[in-house]
Design a protein. Structure first.
Ligand code: GLC
Length: 751
């Protein structure tokens, strides 16, 4: 946020209070010479409603806007530049529609595959979510349109979302659920942050001062405005005090009056109202100043971007028999309703009216002009459809074909904002259809369209190939045809694990909670962190994705780069055609002082290589990505030690590993009587002061013993104070307080 704008306001306190709630569903108030600001939903298109206004896109169409790949697919590009391009294009469309803020991106972590809005979020991994979300924000704001980073925070389910308390420990909060928000706020400075509906450990996000002020502004330096999700404010006065600047939507001044009354009764500090009003004024003036009237955009150009990005998002899950890419000739049976009625976006507030929609069947025919391409629906969303007849017709087409392409997935009513899924299975009739088609035509490719992860174990070994299209936006049909016929060599990678079964998922016993509480008992072990720690088999791992060529990782090195690190990975294209490879780097630390996953993602990069070509890929590794969050020290801590860095093609396909000594200050905690003997002995000052005492004590313990006693288990599980009691008068009076005070002062603790 630029700081050249006026920070104070000449408005009356009552008018300042009025600034703090919307004028209507989509605009802020114009108060005095503070201009109004228009905002609307994203995040993968623009949902500008002309007639009615609602937040679930239930009433009326919005004006046509390019529907880009939703976050579930955009993340599978593992490409911040693609996210930037999408944000930039959306910014252009916003300017043309005179919209100053686009409500996105959604960067909540995919805690459980049943989450109804997972299609709108990036990943189970905070690093991927942060990097892709940052790219999107930078792109949008490069066009003078503000982002609204959402939903802050810990909104990982739809069930009971307006009341439920996400009960999360500090490490999981900081290392997983807040981490994408932190990266984007500190790196890309979004104009606004949208608080979520839910509670965090019992306190509503909309009035959570720790979250909205201490963390967001105190720890991360955010200086934009915080708006509420629509209807998320329960107590406007408490919200203003906590640091919520803007209640949306407006409520015709009702809550403004409550703020004024609270000012008069002294139930709210005048400074809080002035503070929020000053932020809102700066925000409104900036939004107006950044308007670019007359901006024009090309639907064709944006559709081309949507198709290109979608092509990079597609994941080739398997192709054992080399069936892909298809030859554009012969008899091709296209099966599945989604081939003519494509799934390309999710339901709810993000649902937009596209400028056009590529039909997969048409796009396949366009790229295979010399082929005989037939179609059979195979299944239908219509409950009254004759399933047997649909299936029989599809099987007949498959039997008569040289190859069949079967489109499977989830219908929009199976996954949308406002509702989580009961499970992750594909619909029974689709599984039955596939089984029948495979019996008639083993040369079968499955194309998947879904927002949330679907269970693939029942079909993983059947088809000759599986292409995962997630939800690809309006150009899905064209992008899928490009990949099927090799116009595009797939390079997408999964950003969410595909579990063997729902019972294996980390939150299986706690999702979605009960009686307004959901307990994040798995802590930091979300997604691959869980499956890898528990050594649970998965159908396809996080980071997985194949290519029509192959790549060898010839070497990896990791060197310091200032405070950070950089990995150099030499990659060679060992296949017959050009391709793009996404190189992932994971870190491991054996013997950590805290529980860690076997490996965690700390960086990624990509490279395009011709057949036979090799290149070095540089992957920056921020030092902070090695850290854990210390609940006692209330900060991120990097442990000294020997870290292993793994260059990998997925979280379970480690290609090269290198070990690196990482220097860091030893971790020092404040020493008290409750400190362990081990902590006392490892401290330079306290250890030296009590060395003789401990030596005598251990000698006494081991007197008469024939062998050396290993005191390690005792050292770190015996509280110093309790132990002193057993030593009687061996410790001079006052020595303990003096030594602990000197040690704490030397370690930076007061007193
Ligand atoms: C919805 C969503 C939020 C959206 C807002 C406005 O309930 O949670 O993502 O931006 O309301 O439609």
């Amino acid at each position: 946020m630029t700081d050249t704008l006026p920070d104070t306001t000449e408005l009356s306190l009552a008018d300042q209070a009025r600034l703090g709630s919307g004028a209507d569903f989509w605009t802020t108030k114009r108060v005095g010479d503070v201009p109004a600001v228009l905002m609307t939903d994203g995040p993968h298109g623009i949902r500008k409603q002309e007639e009615s206004s609602d937040q679930l896109s239930l009433s009326g169409r919005s004006v046509p806007s390019t529907c880009f790949p939703p976050a579930v697919a955009l993340s599978q590009t593992w490409d911040a530049a693609s996210a930037f391009r999408v944000g930039e294009a959306l910014g252009r469309e916003c300017q043309a529609l005179d919209i100053q803020v686009l409500l996105g991106p959604g960067v909540n972590i995919k805690r459980d595959p049943r989450g109804g809005r997972n299609f709108e979020y990036f990943s189970e991994d905070p690093f991927v979510a942060g990097v892709l979300g940052e790219g999107w924000v930078r792109g949008l704001q490069s066009m003078g349109v503000g982002a609204s980073l959402k939903h802050f925070a810990v909104n990982n389910q739809e069930w009971d979302r307006m009341r439920v308390s996400a009960d999360v420990d500090a490490r999981a909060l900081r290392e997983i659920y807040l981490r994408p928000f932190e990266r984007i706020v500190t790196n890309a400075q979004p104009w606004t942050v949208m608080c979520s509906y839910n509670r965090i450990s019992g306190i509503l996000a909309s009035q959570n001062e720790w979250l909205l002020t201490d963390v967001l502004r105190g720890d991360w330096g955010f200086d934009g405005i915080v708006m509420s999700d629509w209807g998320a404010v329960a107590d406007r006065v408490a919200a203003v005090t906590a640091g919520l600047d803007l209640q949306m939507p407006g409520d015709d001044g009702t809550s403004d009056a409550r703020v004024v009354a609270a000012l008069e009764s002294g139930d709210i500090e005048e400074s809080a109202v002035r503070r929020n009003a000053g932020r809102l004024e700066r925000f409104a003036r900036r939004a107006r100043a950044e308007r670019r009237p007359g901006t024009v955009w090309s639907a064709d150009d944006h559709h081309a971007i949507a198709r290109e990005v979608a092509g990079r998002a597609i994941v080739l899950l398997r192709d054992d028999q080399g069936l892909l890419p298809l030859q554009p000739s012969g008899a091709i049976a296209v099966i599945g309703e989604f081939a003519v009625k494509p799934r390309y976006q999710g339901g709810g507030s993000s649902h937009v009216t596209p400028t056009r929609v590529d039909i997969p069947l048409d796009e396949i025919r366009a790229l295979a002009a010399d082929a005989s391409v037939t179609f059979a629906a195979g299944f239908s969303a219509d409950a009254d459809a004759d399933r047997a007849a649909l299936r029989a017709a599809a099987v007949a087409e498959a039997a008569a074909s040289d190859v069949s392409v079967v489109f499977l997935g989830l219908f929009e009513n199976q996954e949308a904002e406002g509702a989580d899924r009961p499970g992750i299975d594909l619909p029974e009739d689709q599984l039955a259809l596939l089984e029948a088609v495979l019996a008639a035509q083993p040369r079968t490719v499955v194309v998947l369209s879904h927002g949330g992860v679907v269970r693939l174990a029942p079909i993983a070994a059947g088809p000759a190939a599986i292409v995962d299209g997630a939800l690809l936006g309006q150009a899905a049909g064209g992008a899928l045809a490009d990949v099927l016929f090799g116009v595009v060599n797939p390079s997408g990678r999964l950003t969410e694990t595909v579990p063997e079964r729902i019972q294996d998922v980390p939150a299986f016993t706690s999702f979605p909670g009960e009686r307004m509480h959901v307990r994040y008992g798995e802590g930091i072990f979300v997604g691959y962190r869980w499956y890898d720690t528990r050594e649970i088999d998965v159908t396809f791992p996080f980071g997985h994705g194949l290519s029509y060529t192959s790549f060898d990782y010839e070497s990896v090195s990791v060197v310091a780069d200032g405070d950070d690190y950089v990995a150099q990975v030499t990659v060679r294209n060992t296949g017959e055609r050009r391709g793009r490879e996404v190189v992932q780097v994971y870190a491991s630390l054996d013997g950590s002082v805290v529980a860690r996953a076997p490996r965690w993602l700390v960086g990624f990069g990509d490279v395009e290589l011709e057949s036979g070509e090799r290149a070095d890929v540089s992957v920056p590794i921020p030092r902070d990505e090695l850290a854990f969050w210390s609940e006692e020290l209330h900060r991120r801590v990097v442990e000294p030690g020997t870290y292993a860095f793994h260059a990998a093609a997925s979280s379970r396909d480690i290609r090269r590993t290198v070990e690196v000594e990482v220097d860091a200050e030893p971790i020092r905690y404040r020493l008290t009587a409750e400190s362990s003997l081990g902590e006392i002995m490892r401290d330079p000052i306290a250890g030296a002061a009590f060395a003789d005492l401990f030596a005598a004590m251990f000698a006494q313990f081991s007197a008469g013993s024939e062998e050396d006693v290993d005191y390690t288990p005792i050292l770190d599980s015996s509280p110093f104070g309790r132990f002193l009691g057993s030593l009687g008068g061996a410790v001079p009076p006052g020595m303990v307080d003096d030594v602990l005070s000197r040690a704490n002062t030397a370690n930076g603790f007061e007193g």
